[in-house]
Every structure is written in C-alpha cells, then in structure tokens.
Design a protein around this ligand. Sequence first.
Ligand SMILES: Cc1ncc(COP(=O)(O)O)c(C=O)c1O
Length: 434
Amino acid sequence: MANWPFLQNGKPIHITSADGVFLYTDDGREILDGAGGAIVSNIGHGRTEVADVARESVLKLDYIIPPWNCDEREALVERLQKSWLPPEFNRFHFTSGGSEAIESAMRIAQMYFAAKNQPEKYKIIGRDISYHGTTHTTMAIGGHQARKQGIEHTLPTYPIIPTPYTLRCDSDKPAEFYVEAFQRILELEGPETVAAILGEPIIGASGGAMVPPDGYWEGIRELCDRYDVLWICDEIMTGFGRTGTKWGYEHWPVLPDFIISGKGLAAGYAPINAVFSKNTIAETIEQVPGLAVMFHTYGSHPSGCAIADKVLEIMEREDLVSKADSLGCVLEQKLQSAFSNHPHVAESRGKGLLQAIEVVKNRSTLERFEISDNVTGRLISKCFEKGVHFYGAGTGIVRDVVLIGPPLTINESHVDQIVNVLSDAVDDVMQEIN
Ligand SMILES: Cc1ncc(COP(=O)(O)O)c(C=O)c1O
C-alpha cells in the first residue's frame, strides 16, 4: 500500500470516482457529498463539458508566465467582470491556492500604503474565530488554534478582535458590541498604523456558518472609511453563490476593498483562486516605479482559467445562485425542525447552502463536550457510515460543529437525506457518549 498521506492516522477513505452529487468508495458504496468535498464542488462531479474544456485547453496552450495574456485568461476576466463582480473590481491576481491568494492580498494592501508614502500603515487586523490558510502568515493571522499546534511559537502576532458569535454573546446589542471591539483596537494600535482588516463575511469552517448580526459589517465598513483601512473580504468559501447570493457580503449593504475567492471559482475542477481588487488600489501601486505584485509560477494557469470560465458559464446557465438561495431556505427550515428542540444541539445556523449545527453537552448552559470526546470526528464518521459526507468545523476552542455545504445542484430529496442522516447520527453519538 502507498505511503499516503504524509502522516498516517488510520486508513484513509479511498474514493474511486464521483458523479453528480455522489462519491463512490473502493468498497462499492455511494456517498452523498453533503460538503462538496471541502465546500468546493458547487456544480457537482463528473461534468463532461468541463472535462472537454480541460483536454482542449491543455493541448492548445499548456503554460505561459502569469503576466502574459492569452484567450483563456481574457475570457475568464471578461466573464467575471460582466456577470460576477461589482464594476469597481477590475484588477485580478490569480493564484493556485487560497492561502496564496490571502497572503497576496495582505501584501498588496501593505504595498498600497507604501505607495501612498505611508509605510507605517502596514498592520493587518485578524479575528479570533477564523481560518485564512496554512502558510505561516495566513496561519498566524487566522484564529484556528487546533491547526497551529506545534508551530504556534514560531508565528508572528497580529492584532486580533472577536468574531461575531451571537450564540455565545451576552450583549443585547451584538452588532455594536463587536464593532466597538474593532474601534478599540484601531485606537489602541493607532489607525495611522493599520492597513487592513481581514474577515470572511460569514465564517466558514473555523466556526461553522456563523452569520454576523445585521449592522456588523455596516459598522466595520464605516470605521474602515473613517480611518482609511481596507477590508480584505475572504470569500474563498462563501463566494460564487454558496450562501444564496453571488458573494457573502451582499447580504448587507456594504462593499469590500478586496474580494478573495477560490473554492467555487473552478468548483474543484482546477486549482485556481483569485484576488479581485478595486482599480484605485492597483492604480496607486502602479504609479511607483519598482513596486510589483510577484506572481506564483502556476498563477492564472491557462487551463485553470478555461475550466473556471466553463464552470461559471454552467453556474449562470443553470441559475445555481438562485438555487442555492431557494434550496438553502428549505435546508435551513428542515434543520430547524429537526434540531430546534434537540437537547444536544445549541443551534443550526447559516445562509443558503452553507449551514451548520453546533452540538453541546448541555443546551441551556451551552457547556461543550471535552475535546477528548471527539464529538466532531465521531459525528463525521457516523454520517459517512450512513452514506453522507459532511465537513468537521471548529477551531478547537469552538468545537463540535458539523458544516453542510453540498453541491448547489442537489434536490429536495438530497436535502431530506442530509437532515435525516445528520439527525440519526447526532442521536447515535449522544447515546454512545452519555
Ligand atoms: C475561508 C478560507 N480562507 C482561506 C482558505 C485557505 O485556502 P487553501 O486551503 O486553498 O490554501 C480556506 C480553506 O479552507 C478557507 O476556507
């Protein structure tokens, strides 16, 4: 047997193929992909027309350096501008992975202030429940304690504010409470030293579909405008329709300065992520000779661009953003009916087809299970045994959260399967532990 993966903790699941919303295991089982892998597979698996584009594009043009142009890059950028992005966002930096994209945006934000002759305005504020990637920089600014183990002492520190977590917030004005925390840190650090705040509009895997209260992003935006601070909006999980709107931030009347996207951009068919930035930011940097945003060798890979273009064409043709909204409402309601009185489910939450449940020892006190009880791991395994793949969420401190993010192509019977399997698995695991 191959020495895979790098660290071997038990036998890995072996998937032989995938089609539509299903995965197939080497022992012949059909698994509903209730998390689209890692909330990636927006258009479902096994799309022939995407495979055709992949073959054609590799044969036509396998590689050129990222700063050059080609038909595939041009077509993707045109589609993004025409159908997906607000008009202000017309600068593009493509990377292979999400961590690279986040780190690029952090660098560009700092470079922007250097170009404005304000090099002292370089700090980037992070949030305590967050995940932005696995490189040293993105791990450091993120708030995923579990994933920092063993390297925490090597990581640089960043100013951190609390992420809205309304379930456990004592304030009766949560939006104001969390916005004030941002104001306090700006004043403490000195706004003349702060370049940007990095935040997902709706928290994905670190907290599990945590939706901030109305007024939160409006308040953050207002402070950003007042103190000339940029908002790097991490839409890697929430972008491209996942939450029932094209972008997660659209649930509120706000506009970020950077949109970082990934997972849904090529929906699992190619490793391509992107930084979308306002023209004004790029124009400012361009005015200073010598400043350049260095590319990654595989950035804006021609066939990655061609595949993303085809995936987005399918998203548009099949109206999958609206579908995420309408089926998301059905999923949300069914989760509510299954869990709103469950003694071990604190809440179900989310927007569109990004939903989660948080499991607790005691629903009235919100006491959590011990880490050693491994509730998340047991729930994910139990659901898999019962035929549905979900994604484990949490940071270690926040825990026992199951994240649901199926392909946007599911139907109502798949929604029923998702809710029924999750409900049975919660009951089974709670019985085993209690
Ligand atoms: C919100 C968010 N940002 C950044 C990343 C990092 O992306 P990648 O794993 O492609 O480096 C992830 C990955 O899960 C993510 O969910």
